[in-house]
Design a protein around this ligand. Structure first.
Ligand code: FRU
Length: 621
């Protein structure tokens, strides 16, 4: 995507109505006044008995209104201009629930306390109707200074905006799993928007997953690092937001390392996070945690790496044991830059990779670099992961990779420059990176299951986007080339529940193949997802043209196609409400696609030489 981050800090919005003067007035005072005038007019037309009754009712209503208005947010709204208002936080409750209307323009919110600017964020405050609420954790006594970014409105004056009536204080924010498309066993944010997985690491039995998060709406904005943890890669617990935007910018993607030897001086075993601070320019910053990733302190001398390049982001850092120093790989426009450091703070540019290699249909993003054994040989090779957007095999975003050698200074690709290798041949597999310090030297990867072509439009509300299941990466050889193998992480075996005879919306379908086959998932509405394996062509297809709601983007209805690099013997198909991941059990093919059926696919039909076994995947608790 083209990023034009709305910046942390002060935002200048030109006032097109400078010569109109606005007297601050209270929204609810105005409404009360109008209502009283109407009431007096009506009472004047009544007889004595009716007047008495009306007055008693009136008194009762007025008393209850006074009581209610001490809790009413609308009471504290001050209008300062046709696009400008202030709300004074006056509550002992924990949250101010902010109403969002997704079709609206952004409103810019500045949080001020004791005259100091505490933070800023942007959200689509409701003007006509409320799509959903997002929680703002309040600072008692703070002032929200709100400016609507739209230049003109057909919807009327600011004091009539729905948001003032519907904002309310609460001690709780309900994040129950309410949407029919919300996955059951894939990681999703509790609410709001998510894109790339960030900073993933494993320590003391816990998998930490951070992610690009918008806490103020289910669309891309206000980039922060959300945080979830798991002990089995299937059940995830939501943790507080780990990193929020600051004076250096919003928090884009990056990685974490464990500094066992205290090379940075933050303490032995400190978790050190690397992220991109995004403003007009993108710079690299660090934060560290001495409590195992629960809380982070930003390094006071950020940024640690700057550049003139407009796209300069997504640092992936790892300890290079052979070289004896840290390496960082960074996405810079359409190439990767490689840096080295003895202490995680001072970085030296070593080399660049990629100018003539692979696919250049878009910007290179979210890199990773790792050494892996080649299955069935005693060789070890390096794999460089390069997510690219657009330029994917079926449009939009996708993950390509390069195989070669790396000595801590230079990555050398072993394939011809024109060779492009894709890690997954679906449309919804992006920003794939691996966990740092995974046990048994495993290379465990997670992808973001969406595509920048339509990620902001998919038909969900309370949340937007899920991650893929955890996958195990490796290398295999086929006809003189080395490719990346992708298998479901072994933790997925443990997630299997009862064997069932027909699919549900949260199951794994294991298909044993003995030749050509067509596998169809369908529901009573006639919606269907059709997969086809052609052993002669060595190709696997997935057709989602009639899979359910495909109307939200012209780029969504697609037939995807993957090379199988030999014969497919067993397919593992993971179904979870809105996603289908088809992976070859031997790791030679993977395809990840979203689907939005209006009701679950509850029938499986197979034509050809194949048979299926279906496992229910247990619900999250
Ligand atoms: C990839 C990406 C990254 C960037 C992040 C911002 O999807 O564009 O390059 O850091 O998203 O949210």
């Amino acid at each position: 995507m083209l990023h034009t981050p709305l910046l942390s800090g002060v935002c200048n919005i030109s006032n097109t109505n400078r010569n109109k003067s606005y007297t601050p007035f209270s929204y609810s005072a105005l409404h009360l006044q109008t209502k009283i005038i109407m009431l007096i007019k009506t009472v004047n037309t009544m007889n004595v008995k009716k007047k008495f009754l009306a007055l008693s009712c009136g008194l009762l209503i007025a008393a209850s209104c006074c009581f209610a208005q001490t809790k009413n947010v609308a009471e504290t709204v001050q209008i300062l201009g046709e696009r400008h208002a202030m709300v004074r936080i006056d509550t002992e409750k924990k949250y101010l629930l902010l109403p969002v209307e997704e079709k609206e323009e952004m409103a810019h919110v500045r949080v001020i306390k004791n005259n100091q600017l505490l933070k800023t964020f942007n959200l689509r405050l409701a003007v006509d109707k409320v799509d959903y609420f997002v929680p703002y954790e309040v600072e008692e006594g703070a002032l929200l200074d709100i400016t609507f970014m739209a230049n003109s409105r057909s919807t009327g004056a600011i004091n009539g905006f729905t948001c003032w009536k519907r904002m309310n204080y609460a001690d709780q924010f309900d994040t129950k799993n309410v949407e029919k498309h919300r996955p059951a066993y894939h990681h999703t944010p509790a609410y709001g928007w998510m894109n790339d997985p960030n900073g993933m690491f494993y320590q003391d039995g816990v998998w930490h997953l951070f992610y690009q998060f918008n806490p103020y709406g289910s669309y891309w904005e206000n980039m922060s690092w959300g945080h979830s943890t798991s002990t089995d890669l299937v059940h995830w617990e939501h943790q507080p937001v780990a990193l929020e935007g600051d004076g250096l910018g919003t928090i884009f993607s990056g990685s974490c390392v464990i500094d066992t030897e205290n090379t940075a001086g933050f303490g032995a075993n400190a978790i050190v996070a690397f992220y991109t601070s995004a403003r007009e320019r993108q710079t690299q910053s660090i934060a560290y945690s001495t409590d195992g990733g629960k809380s982070f302190t930003k390094y006071e001398r950020n940024p640690v790496l700057v550049s003139e390049a407009p796209d300069f982001r997504d640092p992936k850092v790892f300890w290079n044991a052979e070289a004896g120093f840290w390496n960082m790989i960074l996405a810079v426009g359409q190439e990767m830059q490689i840096f080295s450091s003895p202490n995680l703070k001072d970085w030296t540019l070593e080399s660049s990779f990629g100018r003539e290699y692979g696919n250049h249909g878009g910007v290179w993003e979210c890199p990773d670099l790792m050494k892996m054994p080649v299955e069935g040989t005693d060789k070890q090779k390096w794999m460089l992961i390069c997510n690219i957007n657009p330029g994917g095999p079926f449009g939009g975003s996708a993950t390509q990779y390069f195989i070669g050698t790396f000595d801590g200074h230079t990555f050398t690709c072993e394939s011809a420059p024109e060779v492009t290798k894709w890690m997954d041949y679906g449309k919804d597999h992006y920003a794939t990176v691996t966990f740092y310090n995974a046990p048994e030297k495993r290379n465990v990867a997670i992808a973001w299951m969406s595509n920048w072509q339509y990620a902001n439009q998919v038909p969900t509300r309370q949340f937007r986007s899920a991650n893929s299941i955890a996958r195990e990466l490796g290398l295999f050889e086929y006809q003189g080339e080395t490719y990346c193998s992708v298998r479901p992480a072994k933790e997925m075996d443990a997630a299997r529940g009862a064997v069932i005879s027909q699919p549900t919306d949260q199951c794994e379908i294991v298909v044993t193949l003995r030749g050509e086959a067509e596998i169809t998932l369908r529901n009573a509405k006639g919606e269907r997802l059709v997969m086809r394996y052609n052993p002669e062509e060595e190709l696997f297809y997935m057709n989602r043209l009639q899979s359910g709601d495909v109307s939200f983007s012209d780029n969504f209805p697609t037939i995807t196609m993957a090379p199988t690099y030999g014969t497919l013997k067993q397919l593992r198909i993971f179904v979870d409400k809105c996603s289908i991941e088809a992976l070859d059990a031997d790791g030679k093919m993977s395809m990840t696609n979203l689907v939005f059926p209006s009701e679950p696919y509850n029938k499986l039909t197979i034509k050809g030489k194949a048979k299926a076994k279906i496992y229910q995947i247990e619900k999250k608790n």
